[in-house]
Design a protein around this ligand. Structure first.
Ligand code: NCD
Length: 292
């Protein structure tokens, strides 16, 4: 594997291979990759979990990491992403993990760069490593995807997490339903009432309201959003006995999910974060070995 840019570029066999490698790492520890392999993490949008778990995976694999701070780089002088990437390649980087606000930021880079690119989120486009850690967490819970009913609820149109997961989950045999306000449905067919879906879903995946990607302010208040589209304490009681709650985080407490449910027995929100390290280590391991 040279790059990881979109879930659409991965076959189901490749997805399963990454999940298996992550499982080995979780069971037996993350094995060090023979260096030299030099990587840098370029985050042009804020991040806590994704950036830190990439850094942790890199540390555990024994990769050499060169720090890069977009806020103190020539990007502030107007340098394009293309020129930044070509510069880092010329300096000798082997791989770049990039998060950037523009959908498909990587497309114009592909023909002319040789460095490996790992997409850590492009605008409202794709977030493949989040999707893979979500798939890992679901597989860890249920063993397989065939016939599972997954509900993705929230700001679907602006969510790279929804977009990455929808396609992959369907290809793996899950049945995916979306729930959101009609104005945030994007290209997805969405229901807008919990009653139809809460009692039958195996996975309830909530999404953050992505205010930073909205052109207009919504007329909904936090309270009205929670009452109509959030996972309330009452709705949780209607979930199937073995159903789980997921959320890529950061979480808006009491907006998309009631505060008291974030660490409840069926919540896998922090498990997702934990699994993110193994999944990212698996991807970095496969990409770095592909180059040696
Ligand atoms: C998600 C993202 O950045 O797309 N978060 C994450 O990577 N854990 C979801 C979000 O920001 O709401």
């Amino acid at each position: 594997m040279k790059h990881l840019l979109s879930m659409k570029h991965l076959s189901t066999d490749e997805i399963m291979m990454i999940l298996e490698r992550a499982e080995q790492f979780k069971k037996y520890g993350i094995r060090q990759t023979p260096s030299p392999y030099i990587i840098s993490n370029l985050f042009f949008e804020p991040s806590t979990r994704t950036k830190t778990s990439f850094e942790m995976a890199e540390l555990k694999l024994g990769l050499d990491v060169l720090p890069f701070e977009p806020g103190f780089s020539s990007a502030l002088k107007g340098e394009s992403l293309y020129d930044t990437v070509k510069t880092l390649e010329a300096i000798g980087l082997d791989a770049l993990v990039i998060r950037h606000p523009e959908d498909g930021y990587y497309e114009p880079l592909l023909d002319n760069v040789n460095v490996s690119l790992i997409n850590a989120g492009d605008g409202s486009g794709q977030h493949p490593t989040q999707s893979l850690l979500d798939l890992y967490t679901i597989k860890e819970e249920f063993g397989s995807f065939e016939g599972l009913k997954v509900l993705i609820a929230g700001d679907v149109a602006h969510s790279r997490v929804a977009r990455s997961n929808a396609d992959a989950l369907k290809r793996l045999g899950a049945e995916v339903t979306f729930l959101c306000p009609p104005e945030w449905a994007g290209e997805f067919d969405c229901v807008n009432c919990w009653d139809e879906v809460i009692g039958t879903s195996d996975v309830v995946m909530l999404l953050r309201v992505q205010h930073e990607r909205h052109d207009e302010q919504t007329s909904m208040t936090k309270e009205s959003y929670h009452a109509q589209y959030g996972l309330t304490v009452e709705r949780e009681t209607m979930m199937k006995e073995k159903a789980i709650i997921m959320h890529p985080a950061p979480v808006n407490r009491d907006v998309e999910i009631a505060d008291s449910l974030i660490e409840c027995g069926r919540s896998r929100i922090f498990k997702q974060v934990e699994n993110g390290v193994y999944v990212r280590a698996a991807i970095l391991d496969m990409i770095s070995k592909g180059r040696q």
